[in-house]
Design a protein around this ligand. Structure first.
Ligand code: MRU
Length: 356
């Protein structure tokens, strides 16, 4: 496939100023790779819908989208009188908070927008709206920088010639740019290492097959697609040198919630003595939850398991489970790669120290 972006960068979200009050554009990730199209958003409810339906997905990207959702709502309402404006903006925050439960970056971003709001409590609605937009843009820009820092810290862990397995999509599409797990791979490649990627297809939503494989193909980074149930065989054959994944929430003890199937990969990696790395910004570490069993796990529609899009292959009426994430215990995690450096064998003391 040729590079349909006309650029070497995959940009999942972009902000457009004016002509009215501005808009957020997000690549519709439900249609990739067949269709590459930006959808336009101008309200908190619209952005929440985009998060829920997975037009935008991936923990950091969800956080950035939510921040813009708040700013859009404030801009949209700025001509309203103070009390009406305040209560409608509260509703905007609430609608966004309800969109998806597992990725803590969503709540981290909303908290940050609330802090910005409280700093401007004396301002007019239009002044507050401008301040919220500035904050959302800052969150957006910081995420790209953080991913690049993470990439540099993580790249040293990957040997020249390594075959690196990844699960789901923790790439530029899942962030404001560069990516977390794929960011480490991109940085290693930029440093001159010959890395080849093994992408799990990632049932049921196929983020690996549809998104990770696409991102790698766009950039000419060698990638081999496998179905999820092939990972153990390849590891047993000595074809995997390292695993690297992203995460939606890390608990204080180092347990890691990520896309369903990650736990299985981590167990297999431990069985075969393969390092299992997790790349994430500090905004994904949630010290308020003690361990992974307290992380809310999203359950999605049964239709994602019984088929894909219009094609349904399972018997109508069958009972289905569709937990969208699982938890990998800290003991299976070789290291967590953050913008502040690499935490080997993560535990609570080491994670807390990152925030000092
Ligand atoms: O359901 P998704 O596609 O939002 O799940 C995404 C993941 O599980 C990613 O691995 C995680 O958010 C990290 S993205 C840098």
């Amino acid at each position: 496939m040729s590079n349909i972006l006309n650029s070497d960068k995959v940009v999942a979200l972009r902000w457009h100023d004016g002509p009215d009050y501005g808009r957020l554009e997000m690549v519709d990730q439900t249609r990739l790779p067949a269709v590459f199209e930006y959808l336009s958003y101008d309200s908190a409810a619209g952005v929440a819908d985009g998060i829920r339906s997975m037009v935008v997905r991936g923990a950091p990207a969800i956080g950035v989208a939510a921040a813009y959702g708040v700013a859009l709502e404030a801009l949209r309402l700025q001509s309203q009188a103070g009390a009406v404006f305040d209560s409608a903006l509260d509703t905007g925050f609430e609608v966004l908070a309800q969109s998806r439960p597992t990725a803590v970056n969503l709540f981290w971003a909303l908290d940050r927008m609330q802090r910005c709001r409280s700093l401007h409590v004396q301002d007019s609605p239009s002044q507050l709206a401008a301040a919220l937009l500035t904050e959302a843009k800052a969150i957006h820009e910081e995420d790209v920088r953080i991913n690049q820092q993470m990439g540099e810290h993580g790249a040293v862990l990957l040997a020249d010639g390594a075959h690196v397995l990844t699960h789901c999509n923790a790439g530029a599409l899942a962030t404001a740019g560069h990516g977390t797990a794929l960011g480490v791979i991109r940085s290693a490649v930029a440093a001159g290492k010959r890395i080849s990627v093994i992408a799990d297809e990632t049932r049921p939503f196929l983020q690996g097959a549809r998104l990770t494989a696409w991102e790698m193909v766009q950039e000419g980074i060698p990638v081999t697609l496998i179905t999820d149930n092939m990972a153990g065989h390849l590891m047993a054959q000595g074809e995997v040198d390292a695993v690297i994944v992203g995460t939606d929430r890390v608990a204080a003890n180092g347990d890691v919630a990520n896309k369903i199937g990650t736990y299985m990969v981590a167990v297999l990696a431990a069985r075969h003595g393969i390092p299992f790395y997790v790349a994430c910004p500090l905004s994904t570490i949630d010290l308020s939850v003690a361990s992974g069993d307290q992380i809310p796990i999203e359950e999605r529609a049964s239709s994602e398991v019984t088929g894909f899009r219009e094609t349904q292959w399972a018997a109508a009426g069958v009972q289905v489970r569709n937990p969208s994430f699982d938890v990998t215990p800290a003991e299976l995690v070789s290291a967590i790669i953050t913008e502040k450096g690499v935490v080997h064998s993560p535990d609570e003391d080491k994670l807390r120290a990152l925030f000092d």
